[in-house]
Design a protein around this ligand. Structure first.
Ligand code: GDP
Length: 171
């Protein structure tokens, strides 16, 4: 019998880019305009089906610890996938993604599937990071790139489906 897959996925990104919102939208289909502050590292599970196979994702949120640079190998360890989020209206948050990518590749090598996500697509008019720029960068580090809106529920499940496909391919 096919036993399916179980993967650990970590969320990384500057504070307020929408990590908790993305997770809340994905797991419970809810959205809040307030900043959701996670008190401690937390994870949520969701089981999806990819190409007829069960995939159990445990998705870890950073709990705002990124502010204190307190994340370390304990958080990264054992993860098969990483979602690196930025806010398309905030160039600094995009630069921050580049820092996380370097850190992840240093700690985990090439064993972790990388998905870079430009969030807040509903704020397209205020965009300061172009899709082209983000996509070109993603290619250079062997990551995938997608855009989402946790607010409008755009692209979220597609992000996890694509990442799951990649993790299966690398398993
Ligand atoms: P985190 O610190 O990265 O976990 O960010 P949060 O999930 O707490 O979100 C920070 C703020 O951005 C909150 O006010 C959210 O309501 C807002 N937010 C999150 N995702 C979106 C989105 O897709 N569009 C818009 N317009 N706001 C968002």
């Amino acid at each position: 019998m096919d036993e399916g897959f179980r993967f650990k996925v970590i969320l990384l990104g500057q504070g307020a880019v929408g990590k908790s919102s993305l997770l809340l939208r994905y797991v419970e289909n809810k959205f809040s305009l307030r900043h959701i502050s996670t008190i401690q590292a937390s994870f949520q599970s969701k089981t999806i089906e990819v190409d007829g196979r069960q995939v159990e994702l445990s998705i870890w949120d950073t709990a705002g610890q990124e502010k204190y640079h307190a994340l370390g190998p304990i958080y990264y360890r054992g993860s098969q996938g990483a979602l690196l989020l930025f806010d398309i209206t905030d160039s600094r948050s995009f630069e921050k993604v580049k820092t996380w990518v370097k850190e992840l590749q240093r700690v985990l090598g090439d064993s972790c599937a990388l998905m870079i996500v430009g969030n807040k697509l509903d704020l397209e008019k205020e965009r300061t990071v172009t899709e082209q720029e983000a996509r070109s960068y993603a290619e250079t580090v062997n990551a995938q790139y997608m855009e989402t809106s946790a607010k409008e529920n755009l692209g979220i499940s597609q992000v996890f489906d694509r990442l799951a496909e990649e993790m299966i391919r690398m398993a």
